[in-house]
Design a binder for this molecule. Structure first.
Ligand code: ZN
Length: 171
């Protein structure tokens, strides 16, 4: 196995990067530069000209990652000529439809983000815990429930629970 970055062919600080989705997974060797940009979701379009080559990789995980990055960069021209098997396409699209298109909104229609503080607007019986999350309770540092824009997760009375966004108000 080569230790060159499978996207840009640089050999600086390469490491394996897990690509998962749709019950499939595989590894891509990435240099620190590509990895940093992918993790921060701040893509330098010029650097990712390398996707012109990686889209023809024989490693399915590289094709899947390339597809997702081309999608983020809005490069429909390249997506159109890229060839993916059906299962690879499903794998590639798994992350796109789950993470990027869902918008989480509070009871007033204000968009919520991970890390926000919200206030509960209604007394809520919390299933399986035996307590009620009282109206007016502040929940700090919320998380977004993956694949479900109706719920966020947060700690109330020290217990991590899922809460319907329609019973919340961003504070
Ligand atoms: Zn790279």
């Amino acid at each position: 196995m080569s230790n060159l970055c499978e996207l840009c062919e640089n050999d600086e600080n390469t490491s394996d990067f897990l690509i998962s989705g749709a019950n499939q997974e595989g590894y891509v060797v990435l240099c620190c530069n590509c990895k940093t940009q992918i993790e921060s979701e701040e893509l330098d379009e010029k650097h990712f000209n390398c996707l012109n080559d990686s889209m023809w990789s024989e490693n399915p995980a590289v094709k899947v990652l390339t597809y997702r990055l081309l999608n983020s960069l809005g490069r429909q021209d390249l997506l159109d000529i890229m060839y993916l098997e059906d299962n690879e396409k499903e794998w590639a699209k798994a992350a796109i439809s789950n993470d990027e298109k869902l918008v989480y909104k509070d009871s007033n229609g204000v968009t919520l983000a991970a890390g926000d503080t919200v206030v509960i607007t209604k007394d809520l019986d919390v299933k399986g815990t035996g307590f009620t999350a009282k109206r007016g309770t502040a929940v700090r540092n919320i998380g977004l429930v993956h694949g479900d824009s109706e719920h966020i997760e947060g700690r109330v009375n020290g217990v991590k629970i899922h809460i319907l966004t329609k019973y919340l108000k961003k504070s």
